[in-house]
Design a protein around this ligand. Structure first.
Ligand SMILES: *[C@@H]1O[C@H](CO)[C@@H](O)[C@H](O)[C@H]1NC(C)=O
Ligand SMILES: *[C@@H]1O[C@H](CO)[C@@H](O)[C@H](O)[C@H]1NC(C)=O
Ligand SMILES: *[C@@H]1O[C@H](CO)[C@@H](O)[C@H](O)[C@H]1NC(C)=O
Length: 447
């Protein structure tokens, strides 16, 4: 067995998201921003920086306040372990944290960034910038489990399915023969791809104000049926591309648009445009809903499916430029900033402003979900290097199971309508199951 593992080939699996691994304490502190002339538009290319005309010192403090040299205040947020966004003095800045290497071995230099993008809050006057922390952060070397032998076909494990069904009665598992067309690597990409490390914040403590607000909410709520009206667009299938973040982001915008227009607009947006055209994500290798449903939809806008139909591949950007674009006016981490999420904030946001995208960790029992209220059983294949993933989906409702009193979320997946409960699943609520309550994104779409 050991010999067999040692002999397994090391597949050069592409990174999911970026392999950078920068934590809150790495980023918090004083930074120097070097910015080019503010004369660009949204097509600006920041591959090379050009001459610096603005140098700013910004201090990032707990939990999300940024202050400039003059004492002006704004906000900052981490985007998972990937980079940060700063909003101050009517400008917004985003950059990925700097790293060298790849997923098998990466060195993160968390005290500097790649070249990033800045623009004013009206999304005009673009510039490029780079940021350097005023104190040194030791480079962080992350070695990760090598992705072994991922190119063989994925197979349903019937004994695992039987074990899941025998071990508990909250949810049922079944085989999905249609998934056997995928390789193990592709199944992993469908689930969000591998992560460099687990860095999720735990849900924030509930405040008395949150408790009071949540007490007024109904026991059940479902955007698919609000007094008989459905505001959720059809379930789609991301196929073998790691584009869950693009599907969940488009699903978020689609539902928001239906709600705000009372279903007069039922657009289906193009995840392929995001996969092929957005520099805020890594194509079929992953990305984040905050940067896509949020920043990309504000900076560039999203287009209808017909403008760049889904191929599920990392193709060149071929979006029809004559297509009209839909934008968001605002986007936030539920709770106000990264690290402030909890069940109560999610419930409140969900009911008052519509579906919210979330990400969670997919364990391989989840692939077999058929119906019921999912929780991770702990059952798995003997050799399973792919546990830590970051799958992005859309929460559309919640409820309580009558017979058991178990609380659940209702969530839209992007694995086709034949998976789970017509493409949706229910998952335990209130216990941060699979870290689902650790980060959520709410957007405000412009109809
Ligand atoms: C940027 O803003 C300045 C004023 O601060 C203005 O004169 C200039 O035309 C703007 N440039 C673009 C490309 O919007
Ligand atoms: C920014 O801070 C650094 C380090 O504290 C300092 O050397 C530099 O002069 C400051 N720059 C400005 C524009 O205040
Ligand atoms: C299938 O599942 C069983 C039970 O969980 C496990 O022992 C076995 O290793 C799995 N088979 C494969 C091929 O992973």
């Amino acid at each position: 067995m050991l010999a067999a593992i040692l002999l397994l080939t090391v597949a050069a699996l592409a990174a999911a998201d970026t392999p950078a691994h920068c934590l809150y304490e790495d980023i918090r502190g004083s930074w120097s921003f070097s910015e080019t002339e503010r004369t660009g538009d949204h097509t600006i290319n920041c591959d090379t920086l050009g001459s610096i005309v603005h140098t700013k010192n910004f201090t990032f403090s707990f939990p999300n306040t940024v202050t400039d040299e003059l004492g002006n205040k704004g906000t900052w947020t981490l985007i998972y372990n990937q980079g940060f966004e700063v909003n101050i003095n009517e400008r917004s800045y985003f950059a990925f944290s700097y790293y060298e290497g790849d997923f098998s071995s990466v060195t993160s230099y968390c005290d500097r960034t790649f070249n990033g993008w800045s623009r004013d809050t009206t999304v005009r006057n673009w510039s490029c910038f780079t940021a350097n922390k005023n104190t040194k952060v030791e480079p962080r070397v992350s070695e990760r489990i090598m992705q072994r032998d991922m190119d063989h076909p994925w197979r349903n494990n019937h004994s695992l399915i039987n074990n899941i069904n025998a071990a508990q009665s909250s949810w049922t598992a079944k085989a999905y023969p249609q998934f056997e067309k995928y390789t193990v690597a592709e199944m992993n990409r469908r689930a969000g791809g591998p992560k460099a490390a687990v860095t999720r914040p735990r849900p924030a403590p509930t405040t008395p104000e949150q408790k009071a607000r949540v007490a007024l909410l109904p026991e059940h709520f479902d955007w698919r049926n609000v007094e008989g009206v459905n505001y959720v667009s059809p379930v789609r299938d991301q196929a073998n591309c790691g584009s869950c973040y693009a599907f969940a982001s488009m699903a978020n915008l689609e539902a928001q648009l239906r709600i705000v227009t009372h279903n007069q607009r039922q657009d289906i947006f193009s995840p392929q445009d995001v996969v092929s055209c957005s520099y805020l994500a890594q194509g079929c290798d992953g990305g984040f809903d905050y940067l896509i449903a949020g920043r990309y939809a504000q900076d560039q806008g999203v287009v209808a499916e017909e403008c760049n139909t889904y191929t599920g591949s990392d193709s060149q950007c071929h979006t029809d430029e004559s297509c009209s674009r839909t934008y968001v006016s605002n986007y936030v981490h539920v709770g106000g900033y990264y690290g402030a999420c909890n069940e109560e904030a999610m419930l409140d946001t969900l009911v008052t402003s519509g579906p919210i995208s979330v990400s969670f960790e997919v364990y391989n029992d989840f692939y077999y979900y058929d119906s019921g209220i999912y929780f991770h059983t702990g059952l798995k294949n003997d050799f399973d290097p792919f546990e830590i993933t970051n799958h992005v989906v859309l929460v559309v409702g919640y409820g309580v199971e009558e017979s058991t009193g178990e609380k659940y979320w209702i969530v839209k997946n992007s694995w086709g309508a034949s998976w789970g409960e017509d493409g949706f699943f229910r998952i335990r609520r209130g216990t941060d199951e699979c870290s689902l309550e650790s980060m959520a994104v709410q957007v405000t779409v412009i109809p």
